[in-house]
Design a protein around this ligand. Structure first.
Ligand code: FAD
Ligand code: FO1
Length: 488
């Protein structure tokens, strides 16, 4: 365990200075948690408690449940709320810090709470997504002058603003910058201090079951997944559990089988937990380094994805405001796509036909159905899936919006910088190079059915997904009338 209690200065930035005069007593510290929804290994929580203890004031955690978050349905909100219920329980049992849940617009609920409790410091965790950044801009304007606001990057190992001060071109250009900083930032976490001062406010009761029932009913169109248990404890099990942990039991197949959609267990399965912040990427990396001697190649490949690829995605969304539109592509890509926008398409499908997996390509349909049934399409298939949407739509902007819409609606790990970058890489060549020019794709990397056939057993994958459909139908049939009504 690192001895320091304070976080490194590079890990946070001041979003708003305060104008409190020295004779004004310090008010409490509030940590507004949204992206890093965990108790362990959470730099934002460590910072909030450290700042509160230094000022000898109490600290509280606030979470705001948005009415609608980028199209999230029962699948995502159920997973998140079940994880938060477990988090609330463990915070109450171990930390005596109040965890307060708000509902509505954070730009209203958070400033109101700060005013109500007379807080003098707001700590927030970091996200590059526009919705969150706009919300923070509003909060900075609404809080009283005396309130200070710190933003802590608890999601990336190397804070995004430290790794690079500009939009990076590809993994090649950011890898060296990140690797040089790993010795300084890929460090163990200090023990989380207990708060010196207790919060006067009694912990408000949260009706978790009521909230969960509510989101399940409202978002019934995309039902919850069964295969992935939410929460910090389950996340640790997936990372390193005795029975089926990635680092303990499944690591050796990672390099060889990670691009084989028939071997989903070869992947770590960590993206739902990383997306909702129920596990720290830093913890995953520290644990992976410990077992590097056993499988150096698998660990290096995993760290490349977990650190370089994932943090490159935050870099893109942080420095490119148009991270989810054609305007966010490099010039060469926009030119090549527009030059070929009027090329003849063999097929054209509507968003609804894509959504219902009604294309003439059984492989593409299988990938779409794997995502709809399981909430997690295999990483290799995501590339093929998105690229075919470019091939079968009238123009690239529409392809982008369809891929992002379906990705965010059905993926359990959707609404994530890695997802926007995944779609932009596939359709607009972001972080990729140009390739031999061809119809429709121009110089964007091309993928086709034959290429997949060379790589893996396509018929086997199609049959595997058909099997999922049977399992899903059986599960639906077993649903109680009430649950069926929810899932219908
Ligand atoms: P593993 O291979 O075990 O990877 C471990 C972790 O590394 C992942 O959890 C993820 O955090 C990171 N990672 C792996 N591959 C990538 C990548 N290509 N880019 C960035 N980070 C990566 N990832 C999401 O988290 N959410 C999404 O919505 C999403 N949508 C995608 C859409 C498309 C079109 C494409 C091509 C990729 C998308 N990805 C997305 C990236 C990648 O496919 C997933 O992160 C990965 O499949 C998650 O499964 P895993 O954790 O078992 O993977
Ligand atoms: N974060 C919140 O603070 N409040 C929410 O209501 C909320 C809903 C939500 C739904 C789906 C999803 O994928 C993520 C969601 N998040 C929510 C957390 C989310 O990880 C981050 O707020 C953003 O991804 C910013 O990166």
């Amino acid at each position: 365990m690192a001895s320091i209690a304070s976080i490194q200065s590079g890990r946070f930035r001041v979003l708003k200075e305060g104008s409190r005069t020295s004779d004004q007593a310090m008010g409490p510290v509030v940590y507004w948690m949204f992206r890093d929804q965990r108790l362990k290994d959470n730099w934002a929580l460590i910072h909030a408690v450290d700042q509160a203890n230094k000022a000898n004031v109490p600290v509280a955690i606030a979470f705001n449940l948005f009415d609608q978050f980028l199209g999230a349905k029962a699948r995502q909100l159920g997973f998140m709320l079940r994880g938060l219920r477990q988090l609330h329980r463990s915070i109450t049992e171990t930390l005596q810090i109040p965890f307060i849940l708000f509902q509505g617009k954070a730009e209203d609920t958070i400033p109101n709470f700060l005013r109500e409790c007379g807080a003098s410091l707001l700590v927030t965790d970091f996200s590059p997504l526009q919705e969150i950044r706009r919300c923070k801009e509003q909060i900075c304007k609404k809080v009283t002058d005396s309130v200070v606001i710190h933003e802590v990057d608890a999601h990336n190992i190397v804070p995004v603003w430290v790794a690079s001060d500009k939009l990076e071109y590809s993994a090649k250009t950011i890898r060296g910058k990140i690797n040089k900083l790993l010795p300084e930032y890929l460090i163990d976490f200090p023990t989380l201090q207990s708060p010196n001062r207790e919060w006067a406010l009694k912990d408000r009761v949260i009706d978790w079951d009521g909230l969960i029932d509510d989101v399940l009913r409202k978002g019934a169109e995309v039902p919850e997944i069964e295969w992935c248990e939410p929460g910090e404890d389950a996340a640790r099990e997936v990372l390193m559990g005795g029975k089926n942990g990635f680092l303990t039991k499944r690591l050796k197949n990672y390099s060889a089988d990670r691009n084989n959609p028939l071997k989903p267990k070869a992947l770590s399965g960590l993206s739902p937990y990383l997306h909702f912040g129920q596990i720290s990427a830093q913890r995953c990396a520290l644990k992976a380094q410990r077992v590097r001697k056993l499988c150096p190649q698998a660990v290096d490949t995993f760290l490349e994805e977990l650190i370089v690829r994932r943090e490159l995605a935050d870099n893109f969304c942080f420095y490119q405001p148009h991270y989810d539109s054609l305007k966010g592509a490099w010039g060469w890509a926009q030119t090549t796509l527009l030059n070929h926008a009027s090329d003849k398409r063999e097929q054209i499908y509507t968003r609804e036909q894509f959504e219902k997996a009604q294309t003439a390509d059984p492989l593409w349909n299988a990938a779409q159905l794997e995502m709809v049934y399981c909430g997690k399409m295999h990483g290799f298939m995501r590339m093929y899936w998105a690229k075919k949407i470019l091939e079968w739509t009238r123009e690239p902007e529409e392809a982008l919006s369809i891929s992002i819409y379906l990705n965010d609606k059905y993926e359990i790990d959707g609404r994530d910088p890695s997802g926007y970058v995944g779609c932009m890489w596939s359709i607009c060549g972001v972080h990729d190079q140009g390739w031999k020019e061809r119809p429709v794709f121009g110089k964007i990397r091309y993928m086709n059915y034959a290429g997949c056939k060379r790589k893996f057993d396509v018929d086997g994958y199609i049959a595997y997904v058909k099997g999922l459909k049977k399992v899903k139908r059986k599960a639906d049939d077993m649903l109680s009338p009430k649950a069926k009504e929810l899932h219908s």
